[in-house]
Design a protein around this ligand. Structure first.
Ligand code: ADP
Length: 283
């Protein structure tokens, strides 16, 4: 309630952000990960560097900028209701020039995965470099904002959850149908070659511009905490797609990673290793 000070029953601080989470999830699956990240010159920036090293991610991929590191604060009520505010901080400083400076890494990467906690300029330039080198680009438009045309023009695959798919429908001026057919068609017309629409425990459906439709049921697990499911799914998909280019396999692996992430509490702490993923796939 505005103006009120309340007593809290607990406090937890952990490194995060969708980009960091997805990088950790992919690294845990054994992917070689490089990336474009920014931190400020404050205490959180130092913590982020330590978190990168702890996750076996090279802290050299962090660009250091004057000012505050991006951060989010969430309040969780007793009934589980949440309120979250995210401040971009140094993330907002990532530019087209930063993407240019990362050109060798982007050109070498089989897949470039971007999400919306950084600005359009860095994503558009990064995607253009990747596509120029005949690489795959994957966009996870989260947290949602309307997708700039120059990003869509260089985006191979969009991975979106139900809320984002609905927002995409609104932004593209099409009907928000349950199985995302109209959204996919609108994206194809703008240059995208596939839409993967995820829907929590209802699984995921991928529509490809060649007309193929692949449905991927969710693995049955006891959901403890659904935070991070989308990040685990996106990273799981990107990792296997980079390794194999195989659609059914990539979707299955993504769903296994999503399921394993909801089975345990917390965000990145719950992301599976390759061994854990493979154990669920073999079960
Ligand atoms: P987000 O976390 O971005 O909202 P979703 O909730 O759609 O994304 O979850 C992404 C994927 O993770 C789903 O397509 C599914 O494969 C897996 N997943 C999510 N929730 C569950 C669940 N309760 N049980 C099993 N798998 C789940």
């Amino acid at each position: 309630m505005a103006g009120e000070s309340l007593a809290a029953s607990g406090f937890r601080m952990e490194p995060g952000g969708k980009g960091f989470n997805q990088a950790v999830a992919a690294r845990r699956l054994g992917a070689e990960v490089d990336g474009l990240f920014a931190v400020g010159d404050d205490a959180l920036g130092a913590l982020a560097a330590a978190a990168f090293a702890h996750a076996d991610l090279d802290p050299a991929m962090l660009r250091r900028r004057p000012g505050a590191t991006g951060a989010g604060v969430g309040f969780i009520a007793e009934d589980g209701e949440t309120a979250i505010a995210v401040f971009s901080g140094a993330n907002a400083s990532l530019s087209a020039q930063d993407a240019q400076d990362a050109r060798p890494a982007i050109e070498a990467a089989a897949v470039t995965l971007a999400q919306f906690e950084i600005g359009d300029a860095a994503i558009a330039e990064g995607f253009a470099i990747a596509r120029g080198a005949d690489r795959i680009t994957v966009l996870n438009p989260s947290p949602f904002r309307p997708v700039a045309p120059e990003i869509l023009a260089t985006c191979s695959i969009v991975v979106a959850n139900a809320v984002e798919t609905e927002a995409l429908a609104l932004a593209l001026g099409v009907e928000a149908d349950l199985d995302a057919e109209a959204v996919a068609a609108a994206l194809f017309a703008l240059g995208v070659s596939a839409l993967v629409a995820t829907c929590g425990a209802a699984g995921a459906i991928a529509r490809l511009s060649d007309g193929a439709i692949l449905t991927q049921p969710a693995f049955e697990v006891e959901a403890v905490d659904t935070i991070g499911a989308g990040d685990a799914f996106a990273a799981g998909f990107a990792t296997t797609f980079a390794e194999t280019g195989d659609w059914p396999k990539s979707l299955r692996h993504a769903a296994a990673c999503g399921a394993l992430a909801v089975r345990a509490e917390g965000g990145f702490g719950a992301f599976p290793t390759r061994v854990e993923r493979d154990a669920l796939l073999a079960a």
